[in-house]
Design a protein around this ligand. Structure first.
Ligand code: NG6
Ligand code: CA
Length: 514
């Protein structure tokens, strides 16, 4: 019966009926051939709105991501929920605004699991509809319940919130533990060389980036001066686990290989793959094959490397005969940053490239470049290629995918925009709360309202404008995408309306300085 429901849903989604009205149970149509579409989320780390040639980059070529754009839908108003990683990933998987969870902020590698194991998640919802579910890549949503023993099964983690299969890095490439974890177990761990991790203190005799600059092949600029792994200084201290440590320059291949294997192993059943790539987050460590390929230094090189990985993934789907039956959602967890803690020529070799495109700000910022990111939907033969300016958020993946597969499970802050994602409607969200380092703003229609916030207007470490100002900011993004003209004073009516909407969603206690 499940198959039949999905056949019906597929017909719906091809435009015959509205999926929203799809009955939970539908009569047997005897065909039984069409099956649930596979779903792949390709999620980049810190890829900016302007980092993709199909989004206007002229100094870097991303032919494979462009292929998704050319054959799919390019969203120009697609948002991550937050300008940093953990909150965006939390929102993506749960359909809950990250500011509802006070712990949804950049997590250390030792943080406990952020998602409640009783909470609804996309993989759980899909699993209940017959999907096999897998994650390959960056997790950064915490593991265990505190005081994790990295030498036994690490739980709860991805497998406890809905993933049948997981092959992850715990936090970020610049944070310990620098090991891969498969279904809760550190891969290639030698039990005679157990792992110990601390974010408070070093382990006796272990070199650090701060004290042993002679051991470094990459120099730290701010933060990142604790344990050294592969000549790269990290955030946090680690001892042991030598045989399990990743080789940074091989990471892209490792994750790609895992993603391909996952697809091949699960091709005979509907699957959901969350392919969370590590590029172009720091430390930027292109495989030698890609080193120097962009002429822009390691940041450009790893974007080209990531683009190649996307191409390989598409090729695998094609070879396995799955491309016509796979919905691909492509996006990034937050906007771009150049200096994020290492000297790696990202600024020096940037040339004319504009990682944020025409947008103001970047990672960590409440201005547009913090959260407006490349956002593409691709489903060969189902989605008609085009561009959509509908307002959409990664939050909306949950309810849209739920509608796609005919599930009753919904997430509170997610909207069913399936028709928008499939290009059958341009009717996106009417509004969206955006978050950046615990501050929030309201996007509504063409407008963005940023309430007054204390704090520096520029984050000097990363050289990015924060969005903080002592006054309300109101911009019309249709006529002023670069947020240069604050209309708060001249358009009081619009401002007041937006403050009202903002406070009705956020409440009055949202940390502003009025
Ligand atoms: C910051 C790190 C930055 C990066 C970020 C997380 C310092 C000084 N900066 O604290 O390098 O790791 O956290 O990035 O340590 S994110 O994309 O995972 O949110
Ligand atoms: Ca990120």
């Amino acid at each position: 019966m499940k198959n039949l429901k999905l056949i019906f849903c597929l017909i719906c989604c091809a435009g015959v009926f509205s999926c929203k009205n799809a009955p939970k149970e539908t009569p047997d149509t005897a065909s039984g051939e069409v099956r649930q579409p596979n779903i792949i989320i390709i999620y980049m780390d810190d890829l900016g709105y302007g980092d993709v040639s199909a989004y206007g980059a002229t100094e870097i070529e991303t032919p494979n991501i462009d292929h998704l754009v050319k054959g799919g839908l390019k969203f120009t108003n697609g948002y991550a929920s937050s300008a940093t990683c953990t909150p965006s990933r939390y929102a993506l998987l749960t359909g809950v605004y990250p500011w509802r969870n006070k712990n949804a902020r950049i997590l250390p590698g030792t943080a406990p699991l952020l998602i409640d194991t009783a909470q609804a998640t996309i993989p759980k919802m899909l699993k209940a509809e017959g999907y096999h579910t897998g994650i390959v890549g960056k997790w950064h949503l915490g593991l265990g319940r505190g005081n994790v023993d990295w030498n036994t099964r690490i739980a709860p983690g991805p497998n406890e919130v809905g993933f049948d299969y997981s092959y992850i890095m715990a936090a970020t490439q610049d944070r310990v533990p620098t090991v891969y974890i498969r279904n809760g177990y550190v891969d290639n761990l030698d039990p005679n060389d157990p792992i110990a991790i601390s974010y408070e203190h070093n382990f006796e005799g272990e070199p650090t980036g701060k004290d042993n600059p002679e051991l470094l092949k990459m120099k730290w600029r701010h933060g990142h001066n604790n344990s050294i792994v592969n000549g790269i200084p990290r955030i946090g201290f680690m001892k042991g686990g030598e045989s399990a440590k990743w080789v940074d320059e091989e990471m892209a291949y490792r994750f790609l290989e895992e993603a391909k294997n996952y697809i091949k192993a699960n091709k005979d059943q509907p699957f959901f793959l969350y392919y969370a790539m590590q590029q172009p987050h720091v430390p930027r460590t292109p495989n030698p094959r890609f080193a120097g390929s962009s002429g822009m230094g390691p940041r450009g090189d790893v974007i080209i490397e990531a683009d190649w990985c996307v191409g390989e993934l598409i090729r695998t789907l094609k070879e396995e005969g799955l491309l016509d039956n796979t919905l691909i959602l492509f996006s990034s967890d937050n906007g771009p940053v150049l200096n994020d803690g290492y000297y790696d020529d990202a600024v020096e070799k940037l040339g004319a490239h504009k990682p944020a495109g025409p947008l103001r700000g970047g990672k960590y910022s409440l201005f547009e470049a913090g959260t407006r990111v490349p956002f593409i939907t691709f489903w060969q033969g189902v989605i008609q290629p085009g561009t959509s300016d509908a307002l959409v958020s990664q939050l909306d993946f949950f309810n849209s995918l739920s509608a796609l597969v005919g599930s009753d499970v919904k997430a509170p802050d997610s909207q069913n925009l399936l028709d928008v994602f499939l290009g059958k409607s341009n009717d996106g969200r009417s509004n969206l709360i955006l978050e950046a380092t615990s501050r929030t703003a309201l996007r509504q229609g063409d407008w963005i309202m940023i309430p007054p916030y204390q704090g520096a207007p520029r984050n000097e470490q990363v050289n990015i404008e924060t969005g903080n100002a002592p006054v309300y900011q109101l911009y019309n993004l249709n006529s002023d995408i670069g947020q240069q003209n604050n209309l708060a004073e001249t358009n009081q009516e619009q401002l007041n309306e937006m403050i009202g909407v903002f406070e009705s969603i956020r409440g009055k206690e949202y940390g502003n300085i009025r």
